[in-house]
Design a binder for this molecule. Structure first.
Ligand code: C2O
Ligand code: CU
Length: 477
């Protein structure tokens, strides 16, 4: 019998079910719900799976890993090799597979030629572990730092540098953390899909561009990547209910996903499963956001195209043609069972509405040396810090005055959407988010509870905007 559940999570979902079923027959613990369904071999290998990192800690409620940021070389599609910056040598970096309640220890060493830090996007943790310069010194080349915190929430999270993030993330520094909860919906297959884009030159090198357009819109590449592979083919069995765990790690690109011939059942987002699963033909993801989707594959073999459809996020970007993201190939034997689509999700606490405590106006300003992005007319670090008493619930009004969308990201806390342009948000909609699109010329009302002390950041997750002013701090004490 394997030593610990987190080891089990390194295996495919099906092997996991089989092992859990075996493990439970010799243990006193009640069988997990999922183990009651007979396991079937439903996953197909297509070479796109992320590499789970080895857990170095044998105790069942702790996960420990060594992480190194270093230069490396990868090959994107048919292009010559590309020099990139990586966590542990790959783009994306490792997938950390853990469960709620695990203590995560990351022994990090910086082998890059410049200082860095790691931010754990979406994870509720102590401020000192959050990887921002408000709370930690830069980790110099050759130096090490240990990040350590407990995983409180189930969901898909990601990690990336919080210094010169527009450069460091673009070069390949990002990885994912999947945290399993108690009650997870059952699926025949489950994939973590990391969406990104890079701009490659003919010689395979990454373009070091920050022209006016890239600074205005965020860098967009000429090569779409899914798990580090250029527009790959993913293989599924006919009739399979597939769970897609998506994260957009691009600097500036929004993915407006559509799978021709199938619809998505949205079951979760940044902060885990949502109370009201619903169907959508398209799912729009700004940089930083996550979505958890169920898709039923057609009953007979064939191919489906996953595309990013035109979306107007400013400056006529909606006139761009659809882009191919991946091909879904439905092949081999049908799965032979029809798993139900969940109609309801968990019902987490809903935070109270109230008058706005903070009002943030997002805008842009053209300066002699290029455009800057402002919060209440100031450019970070000149944006005055907000103050929130420890344990308080605070309501934000985020007004986007500019002609382009900005994905608003808050560190360390989830927020809930109270209203969009004064229209109340349905109570069971998305619930817990850490990144949300504030569309151009519109206003969102958000609420968060500040139950961890320290200095926390909020910013636009178009990384060029964050690095050119659209960032602020919230002091919780
Ligand atoms: Cu993923 Cu401060 O951001
Ligand atoms: Cu922005």
């Amino acid at each position: 019998m394997p030593a610990k559940p987190s080891f089990l999570l390194h295996l495919s979902g099906i092997a996991l079910l089989a092992l859990l079923a075996g493990a439970c027959s010799t243990s006193d613990e009640p069988a997990p719900e999922a183990a009651s369904t007979p396991p079937a071999k439903t996953s197909l290998d297509d070479g796109t799976a992320l590499l789970p990192v080895q857990d170095e800690d044998p105790s069942p409620d702790a996960f420990s890993l060594s992480l190194e940021a270093r230069e490396s070389e990868v090959t994107y599609g048919a292009s010559p090799p590309t020099k990139v910056w990586t966590y542990n040598g790959t783009v994306p970096g490792p997938l950390i597979e853990a469960k709620v309640g695990d203590r995560l220890t990351v022994k990090f060493t910086n082998k890059l030629p410049e200082p860095t830090t790691i931010h754990w996007h979406g994870i509720r943790l102590p401020a000192a572990m959050d990887g921002t310069l408000a709370m930690q010194q830069p980790i110099e080349p050759g130096a090490s730092f240990t990040y350590e915190f407990t995983l409180k929430d189930a969901g898909l999270f990601w990690f990336h540098p919080h210094m010169r993030s527009d450069i460091q993330v673009q070069k390949g520094l990002y990885g994912t953390i999947r945290v399993r909860g108690q009650a997870e919906p059952e699926a025949d297959d489950e994939r973590v899909l990391v969406l990104d884009d890079v701009r490659l030159k003919a010689d395979g090198s990454l373009a070091e561009y920050l022209d006016d357009e890239a600074r205005m819109m965020g860098r967009e590449g000429n090569t779409i990547l899914v798990n580090g592979k250029q527009t790959p083919t993913l293989r599924f069995r006919p009739g399979a209910l597939v769970r897609l765990r998506l994260v957009n790690t691009a600097n500036g690109r929004f993915f407006n996903l559509k799978l021709a011939g199938a619809s998505f059942r949205v079951i979760g987002t940044d902060g885990g499963l949502i109370p009201g699963p619903h169907d959508a033909e398209q799912v729009l993801m700004s940089p930083g956001e996550r979505y958890d989707l169920l898709v039923r594959m057609p009953a007979s073999p064939g191919t489906l195209e996953l595309t990013s459809e035109p979306y107007e996020r400013g400056h006529d970007s909606g006139k761009n043609p659809p882009l191919k993201v991946a091909t879904f190939s439905v092949e081999q034997e049908p799965v032979g069972r029809t798993l139900p689509l969940p109609a309801a999700g968990p019902a987490p606490e809903r935070l109270p509405d109230g008058p706005a405590d903070f009002s943030l106006n997002l805008d842009e300003k053209v300066m002699p040396d290029g455009v800057v992005f402002t919060i209440n007319d100031a450019v970070f670090p000149d944006v005055p810090s907000l103050m929130a008493p420890l344990g308080s619930t605070r309501v934000f009004e985020v007004n986007n005055k500019s002609e382009m969308d900005h994905p608003f990201h808050l560190h360390g806390f989830f927020f809930q959407i109270l209203a969009r342009n004064g229209q109340p948000e349905p109570a069971d909609a998305l619930l817990n988010k850490d990144t949300i699109i504030v569309p151009m010329k519109s206003s969102l009302k958000l609420v968060a509870r500040f139950d961890e002390p320290g200095m926390w950041m909020y910013h636009c997750h178009i990384l060029e905007h964050a690095e050119h002013g659209m960032m602020g701090e919230i002091h919780v004490e």
